[in-house]
Design a protein around this ligand. Structure first.
Ligand SMILES: Cc1ncc(COP(=O)(O)O)c(C=O)c1O
Length: 408
């Protein structure tokens, strides 16, 4: 570490609440798929702020619209109209098929909003006992009390109980379990089409079809959590479209601002009809700065970025499959498009650490999975470079998990 990095980490150690286990690197600048640390060293960023910076770092077009909006008007609150919320909501409606949007500031808040809207839908119709939720094992929907209540991981949940009551977890391949769990007290099922934090696990077509069937047969609402897999990352505007779902509510976060904090709950019209003024709100949600950025991001995603994903995603998949062929420690290649996981036979952390030393940023989920969420502007050359580094990093572990020392 440089002296500067030591100062940064020492100050944090003293004054920042220690809720994160950070990697030992201090980033000060970014350009496209590269991040630069305080000594000027470049890293290939294949995690993009956990699936957020979809346009790449230092994007000049995004920087220009943010600067322009900052000079014009940043925030007025939801007490008044401004011209941009409606424009952004209309774009999201045409991408998703859900008519309306509620804007907030993060993915977790989008989940909270959907959980509330699902209950309100039933309450408004006089069905006051339909308050439960069915969620999936390995699912992750955030860390606030509501979102945590539908997040499976006991490590995140246990210290904070009692959580929201009435949540039933079902294994994401257990169709009979799903059918048994949903009853006339269930307000909604919440599911990520590809479980991100849980280890980059796509739902199987059979289970996805069961969700569609059960929600249709029982009237239970479906909340598709698209915060990590949505907005083009897998090659479609939303990954629920791969399953032919018609969700009643959809959560949006991460990619939509490419780094400017904004989230959205998308709401189908029949649900929207049961929600009224005063039911939900937030001071910042959908302010001019974040909606202006998001409109720009969606324009880019629909145009040049969508074309890029079509070119690079198949190459990425092929190269990862080649790694699996070569390294016995790689059990499977998971995910779709530019949301990928390499499932290992061992703890993934030594490989993540070796990759970092060689200038590649990826991260570990579900202990044994190397997760990759590069910017959606990533090039084939950058994919080749990243896979080359991963190849070297994978060579430092054996199936038994012993790690060989890597030179910095
Ligand atoms: C599927 C999913 N839902 C919800 C969240 C929470 O979003 P945020 O961290 O932006 O609040 C995440 C974050 O990783 C996520 O991946």
């Amino acid at each position: 570490m440089t002296t500067n990095a030591q100062t940064v980490t020492a100050l944090e150690a003293q004054h920042v609440l220690q809720t994160y286990q950070r990697q030992p690197v201090v980033f000060v600048r970014g350009e496209g798929t590269r991040l630069f640390d305080d000594s000027g060293r470049a890293y290939l960023d294949f995690i993009s702020g956990i699936g957020v910076v979809v346009l790449g770092h230092g994007h000049p077009g995004l920087a220009a619209v943010i600067a322009d909006q900052a000079k014009t008007l940043i925030h007025t609150s939801n007490l008044y109209y401004h011209p941009l919320q409606g424009q952004l909501a209309a774009k999201l409606a045409s991408l998703s098929g859900l008519q309306r949007a509620f804007f907030c500031n993060s993915g977790t808040e989008a989940v909270e909003a959907c959980l509330k809207f699902a209950r309100r839908y039933w309450y408004s119709q006089g069905v006051k006992n339909r308050t439960g939720y069915v969620a999936l094992e390995h699912g992750f929907s955030g860390r606030t009390m509501g979102a945590l209540s539908v997040t499976a991981n006991a490590h995140y949940r246990d210290p904070f109980g009692p959580l929201v009551p009435g949540v039933t977890f079902v294994a994401p391949d257990d169709v009979a379990g799903l059918e048994a769990a949903v009853n006339d007290t269930t307000a909604a099922i919440i599911a990520e089409p590809i479980q991100g934090e849980g280890g980059v696990r796509p739902l199987s077509p059979d289970f996805a079809a069961a969700i569609a069937r059960v929600t249709k047969n029982t009237g239970t609402l479906l909340i598709a959590d698209e915060i990590q897999c949505g907005l083009g990352r897998t090659g479609r505007p939303f990954h629920f479209q791969a399953f032919g779902w018609s969700p009643d509510l959809v959560t949006v976060g991460k990619a939509i601002g490419s780094g400017i904090p904004i989230g959205a709950a998308l709401v189908a019209e029949h649900v929207a009809k049961q929600i009224f003024a005063g039911d939900h709100g937030t001071t910042y949600g959908g302010n001019l700065l974040s909606t202006r950025a998001a409109i720009y991001v969606l324009e880019q995603l629909a145009g040049p970025v969508a074309a890029n994903i079509k070119t690079v995603a198949p190459v990425f998949e092929q190269r990862l499959l080649a790694l699996q062929q070569k390294h016995a420690v790689v059990r499977s290649v998971r995910g779709a498009g530019l949301m990928r996981g390499l499932e290992l036979a061992v703890d993934a952390q030594p490989v993540i650490d070796a990759a970092l030393k060689s200038g590649l940023l990826v991260n570990r989920t579900a202990e044994r999975v190397i997760r990759m969420l590069p910017p959606l502007t990533v090039s084939v050359a950058e994919i080749e470079e990243a896979v080359g580094i991963l190849d070297g990093a994978l060579a430092t572990v054996s199936v038994e998990g012993s790690s060989i020392e890597v030179k910095a």
